[in-house]
Write a protein that binds this ligand. Sequence first.
Ligand code: ZN
Length: 404
Amino acid sequence: MTAIRANVHKNEFSGIATQAFSKCLAIDPSFFAYNSEEYTVFPGFCDVHVHFREPGFYYKETIRTGSLAAAHGGYTAVCTMPNLNPVPDCRSNLSLQLSIINIDSVINIYPYGAVTVGEKGEKLSDMESMAGKVAAFSDDGRGVQSAEIMNEAMLKAKSLGKIIAAHCEDNSLLFGGYIHDGAYCRSHGHKGISSESEWKQVERDLDLVAQTGCAYHVCHVSCKESVELVRQAKKAGLNVSCETAPHYLLLDENDISEDGRFKMNPPLRAESDRLALIEGVCDGTIEIVATDHAPHSAKEKSKGLADSAFGVVGLETAFPSLYTGLVKTGVISLDRLIDLICVNPRKRFGLKPEKGFTVWNLNEEYTVDPGEFLSKGRATPFEGKKLYGKCHATVLNGETAYKG
Ligand SMILES: [Zn+2]
C-alpha cells in the first residue's frame, strides 16, 4: 500500500478514517489523486439537526437528496427531525421512515422520535417503543407549550436513557412575528419575534431539568440570553448541552434583505447576540454546531420575509462557511471546528464513530451557487458569498457517498 500523504486531520476518529481511506485506495485507485498536500482528510462530519422531509413532504426533500447533500457537505451521519407525515411518534410510523432510510440513504441517518403524538404537544408519544431506534426525542418545529407534558417527557426520557432535544419557543409570545424584533424589523415595518419567546422556554426547561435530572439539549440557540442560561445550567452541574447553527454565528439582522432566504426560525438576531454565541463557542458553553437544514420548494421561499416558509438549507455550506468565517479569521482553531461538527455531536448523542472520511481542499475559493446543491432546497443566506474549502469526496465504509 502506498503511504497516504494527504494531511489526515488529527483527532480520535482519524485512525478509523484512515482505515476507510486505505480501503478506498484499494477499491478505487483514483483516490490516489488525494495523496497530495493539497487535500485534508477529516473523519466524516455529524449533524444532529436536519429535516429530510420524508415521509410526507417529498417535494421539499427526500431521504435520497438530503443524504446526497449531506455527503456533499462532508457529513457521514445526521439526525433527522420528526416533523414528518406520518410523525414518528410510535414504532410503526418510525419503521416506515427507517425502511426508506435503509434503501435510499448514502450516509448514516439516525431519526429523532417525537416527544408528543403528532407533535401536537398534548399527549406523550410511544417513547418506549421507539427508544432503541432513535437518536433522541424532539418535537422540533415547535415548542412543547405545556410544562406538565415536558415534565412527563423528561421523566420518561430519563428512564429510557435518552436525551430530550428541545426547540424552545413560547407561542404566547410570538404575536405573528417572522424576523427578529430588532432594528431591521422596525425600520422595514415587519412583525418581530422577540428573543424572550426563545429564552423563556429555555429557562422553563432548565428548571424542569433541575427537578427531573433528564439529559437535555437545546436546539438552535440564537440569542444571548439563552447562551447565558445554558452557561449557568452547566455551572450548576445539570446534564445540559446546546447547539447553534452557522448562520447564527456568521450573520445577523444587518445582513437581512427582503428575501425569503433570510427567513428561518429562530431568526437572525442582533449583532450582540451573534457575538454572544461566538463567546459561547469559545468558552465551551456551545459544544455543537448543527445546520437545521430545512429545505422548502422555490415557490415556498419566493414570498418575501412575511410570507415565505421558515427555514434555509445548510448542509452544503456549513463547513466552508465556518472555516472561512471562524477558522481563517483566527476566532477558533480547525481542531475546535472539527470538535463542534464531528466529535462532540457523536459524543453527546452516543453515536458510534464510523469508518467514514471526507476530503477537502481548504485553499479552494469559490462563490456559493445554490444551483450546485444536491439538496432540493436552494434557499440559503450564504448565496453569493465567497467561501474557502471545497469537498472533493466523502466516503463511508469504503463506499463513495460523494465525489466531486
Ligand atoms: Zn427547530
